[in-house]
Design a protein around this ligand. Structure first.
Ligand SMILES: NC(=O)c1ccc[n+]([C@@H]2O[C@H](COP(=O)([O-])OP(=O)(O)OC[C@H]3O[C@@H](n4cnc5c(N)ncnc54)[C@H](OP(=O)(O)O)[C@@H]3O)[C@@H](O)[C@H]2O)c1
Length: 511
């Protein structure tokens, strides 16, 4: 039945990945992420037959919600947000094992009740279950939840047995180095590192996983993947949306914390790391940490490695939109950046001298996330046009969203009697080759956590290494207020001060 949903090209590619009997407990179960991503992810794993036969879902939150009402909310979330229609038989099997526990996040007795609830499920079933806690609340309650998971004995449940308790922690993972270290210390006081799954949903995206396959399953790339052939790398996470109604939240965050420190750094680590000895979680994460540690400290002052800006009024999608300072909940003299661009140098044998440019912004020309690897320009002497050697640089780009795929720019002869060249794009799109109904990142990540595969999750030292790089930038920006804050028109590709980060002859891409 599940196979009727699968594109023919996918047959034979899937490995059976069996999760043990599991109860998933979602903290913050009445929230936005639960409805938009987590419940649909669980449901789609059910459609694909990837949930264990003994699978239970428990919602947890402060608001009392009867079991029936929680099941109705969950079904409504699937109808609204799932990539596939709600099928009554799949949902009824999950719904029969879905319940809700109400309680505060800082109340030990409530966690004791949760523990009793899980024990009652196990007793009725006649077997033990692994428990996967998903902390999907605002970060202000991460610590009390973790502490109470420890105090109630839930964190140590069956520790030492193959299917012990695990915890998925949502972003943001701290707001600077000190808070990330404090959060790691709280986590480690309760859980062992191998029980912890710090999520960055970018790592669950198909193209991001494909980056590892492209790099290490094709022999043509590795010989070129270094300073001898690569000119520069650009990583872009651009959004079309502004801050909308989340201005209050965004004022505390900004582009560097919200996107650069986590998503773009994960993309950088996978692009730049050395080949791991295996695809084992620790082998991959060791290599990611090594390359992050090889990044040179950033120069923060004028003429340095960082640029920031706020969007001004402009036009997006044919509509006039406000500037950041006019948005609801934004201080008129706000120093929060809606755009950040960074120039990084990786000081190792492979990358020395190759700049990595990262940028992320709201209200940009187009919603797009991509990694673009630009190779050194060919000499072009054979094809000089009127004395100009204007061959394009070969560029390999991984488009992470939307229209997942990859493309390569090649110089090609224009048909005709003269020998003239033109760059052309050779493209591969997942949707065209494999069908458009690919799993959402959260499906892959929830399944991996159930199975116990941490490869696509962030290890504690990875998070801290990234914060170590960016905390001095945040401190510098805090110390100078709005000094050096540029603006860019909403709907554009960003501010002029970001251009200054690029060497002459290089330009920000407009993907
Ligand atoms: N939404 C997204 O698309 C998205 C994407 C990536 C990451 N995240 C991260 O995922 C987590 C959850 O996001 P969300 O958008 O679902 O958050 P949310 O809707 O604001 O909150 C989730 C739930 O947490 C509880 N809660 C809210 N504010 C609280 C507070 N001040 N103190 C204690 N409990 C509170 C509420 O449940 P009760 O009142 O029932 O307790 C709420 O329904 C956050 O860490 C967020 O950064 C979200």
């Amino acid at each position: 039945m599940a196979d009727t949903h699968r594109h023919p090209f996918l047959h034979g590619l899937s490995k059976h990945r069996g999760a043990p009997p599991t109860v998933v407990v979602i903290f913050g179960a009445s929230g936005d992420l639960t409805a938009r991503k987590l419940i649909p992810a669980v449901y789609n794993l059910g459609v694909d037959g990837l949930l264990p036969a003994d699978f239970f879902l428990v919602g947890y939150g402060r608001k009392p919600i009867p079991d029936d009402e929680f099941r109705t909310l969950a079904a409504d979330a699937i109808k609204e947000f799932s990539r596939r229609e709600l099928e009554a038989d799949v949902w009824s099997r999950i719904a029969a094992h879905t319940s809700y526990v109400a309680g505060a996040y800082d109340e030990k007795e409530a966690f004791d009740r949760l523990a009793q609830h899980i024990t009652a499920i196990e007793k009725k079933l006649g077997r033990e279950l692994q428990v996967l806690f998903y902390i999907s609340t605002p970060p202000s309650v991460f610590a009390p939840i973790l502490q109470n998971l420890g105090a109630s004995g839930l964190a140590g449940k069956y520790l030492g047995q193959p299917h012990h308790a695990k915890v998925i922690i949502e972003k943001p993972f701290g707001k600077d180095l000190a808070s990330a270290q404090a959060l790691n210390a709280t986590i480690r006081s309760v859980f062992e590192e191998h029980q912890v799954y710090r999520i960055d949903h970018y790592l669950g995206k198909e193209t991001v996983q494909d980056l590892l396959v492209q790099r290490f399953a094709n022999s043509i790339f590795e010989p070129l993947w270094n300073r001898n052939f690569i000119d520069s790398v650009q990583i872009t996470v651009a959004e079309e949306v502004g801050v909308g109604s989340r201005g209050g939240y965004y004022e505390q965050s900004g582009a560097l914390r919200d996107m650069i420190q986590n998503h773009t750094m994960q993309l950088l680590a996978l692009t730049a790391m050395e080949p791991p000895v295996s695809l084992d979680a620790e082998a991959v994460r060791d290599e990611k940490v090594k390359v992050l540690k090889a990044i040179q400290p950033l120069v923060t002052g004028p003429g340095g490695d960082v640029a920031r800006a706020q969007y001004a009024a402009g036009m997006v999608g044919g509509k006039n939109v406000k500037g950041y300072l006019e948005e609801e909940g934004i201080a008129p003299n706000s120093a929060t950046e809606t755009y950040a661009a960074i120039r990084l140098s990786i000081n190792n044998w492979r990358w020395q001298g190759v700049p990595f440019y990262l940028r992320s912004g709201k209200r940009m020309a187009r919603r797009v996330s991509e990694i673009a690897i630009t190779f050194r320009r060919p000499p072009g002497t054979l094809f000089a046009d009127g004395g100009r050697f204007d061959l394009a640089a070969n560029t390999l780009s991984f488009q992470i969203q939307p229209d997942e795929g990859l493309s390569l720019i090649l110089n090609t002869k224009i048909p005709g009697l003269e020998t003239r060249t033109q760059p052309v794009k050779m493209s591969f799109r997942y949707a065209t080759t494999f069908g458009s109904n690919t799993p959402e990142a959260y499906e892959r990540l929830v399944l991996d956590a159930m199975i116990g595969d941490g490869t696509l999750f962030i290890r504690g030292d990875e998070a801290e290494t990234s914060w170590k790089l960016y905390t001095p930038v945040l401190d510098y920006w805090k110390s100078v207020g709005r000094d050096g804050m540029d603006t860019y028109a909403a709907g554009s590709w960003g501010p002029a001060n970001a251009d200054a980060l690029l060497a002459p002859g290089r330009a920000w891409r407009q993907p």
